[in-house]
Design a protein around this ligand. Sequence first.
Ligand code: NDP
Length: 334
Amino acid sequence: NLTWVLRKRPVGDLQQGDLELVESALTQLEDGQVRAKTIYLSLDPTNRIWMSDVDAYLPPVGIGDAMRGGGLSVITESRFDGLEPGDIVNTGLAGWAIYNTLPGASLAKLPKLPGVPLTAFMGPLGATGMTAYFGLMDIAKPKAGETVVVSAAAGAVGSMVGQIAKIQGCRVVGIAGGADKCRWLTETAGFDAAIDYKNEDVGKALDKHCPNGIDINFENVGGKIMDEVIARLNDFSRMPLCGLISTYNATDPVPGPYNFSNLLMRRTLVKGFIVIDYFPRFPEGMQQMAQWFMEGKLKYETDIVDGFEKAPASLSRLFEGKNLGKLVVQVSPE
Ligand code: NDP
């Protein structure tokens, strides 16, 4: 077996040598266990959080331990009633390994949805889709006619947030880096407007595209972009705080938003959330997202890197904005 093991806590950007590829023999399965061979390994911004010794929502990955990650796997051996070789499962939180040995009871078999590609279960019908769905629907509770702004809009979570908000009848403005991503947002994903934060003045562009202010800020990025959005929030606005990717590689303390006081003046609801807390409600989210998906209402992209050995180096794609849609590593064929 091959496993990526954390050797050093990264300082700033992940460096070569922080993780090491280690070979080991497969052990015998115990009762209740299954062997799952990774097909798609999910690369997520939060992988970087888990490598740091910070007080986060999960303990950090230990030095010398397998890097934590999720994805889709095929069962190759089973000593658990209810899963058999050939079944495809979502591994939730497993290791960055070709084979994971896991308790069968912890795994969810993918539902059979005819015509739905496997990659959809990494995006709209996977954890990032659930993040978008519950963050928007449960926390922000969008109403038709409201204006929704989402940052990292062309990414896995952001692209779903905008499309769900459109289905709810909202005006949707996405913020993303580069003309190609912005074109994808308006021409393919149906956003009303897109702001290229790398080439435009975000504040001025928000004034132009949100003439009635902002009712919902789905926050994925933090920093200056968040500040510009906060400054334009409406009374009783909502702000699901999903991610702060611009800060995950920071080596110095991160300044708070300068327009913080506007959250008071506008009586904004700000709620941090982590999708794993919604796990018991995943069937509900999956059912709704699957229905919209099969109705052709959710466009998605998968950014596939080929080869398990490229996993650590590919994580930087998320921080450099090189991915369009959900970033995954293809570890073995479907
Ligand atoms: P994405 O597919 O959105 O990839 C990350 C994107 O972030 C990049 O493509 C890049 O897009 C943008 N980005 C990176 N660095 C910066 C920066 N300094 N300033 C502005 N934009 C930046 O990843 P995900 O959809 O998986 O995650 C999006 C956010 O949601 C992250 O903050 C993540 O931590 C969070 N998240 C939270 C979850 C939860 O449970 N709370 C669950 C899943 C994700 P661009 O080219 O536009 O810059």
